[in-house]
Design a protein around this ligand. Structure first.
Ligand SMILES: [Zn+2]
Length: 87
């Protein structure tokens, strides 16, 4: 059974034409030199190639969220691995 979050139809993947499935994903953004992760973003994900699409209104909401420096300042911190390019 497919997991439905909103029931929105994301249509087919632009790359491989597989029907997209709605999932809650994480998206990351660099904002003023800081990596910010937005969790539980509803998105269409291609089960075949991994392509992701978000609805226009979700994209607009994310844009508002990541502009909100107060909200970012209060958000819990996670640590991420950082590796150097050198061999
Ligand atoms: Zn695809």
């Amino acid at each position: 059974m497919k997991r439905k979050v909103s029931g929105y139809d994301y249509g087919e993947c632009e790359i491989c034409n597989t029907p997209m499935q709605e999932k809650l994903i994480k998206q990351d953004f660099w904002i003023r030199g800081e990596l910010v992760v937005v969790e539980d973003v509803p998105a269409g994900v291609c089960p075949q190639c991994g392509e992701k699409v978000v609805k226009a209104e979700v994209g607009q909401w994310i844009a508002k969220l990541i502009e909100n420096s107060e909200r970012i300042a209060k958000a819990p911190r996670i640590s991420v691995p950082a590796i150097k390019f050198g061999i």
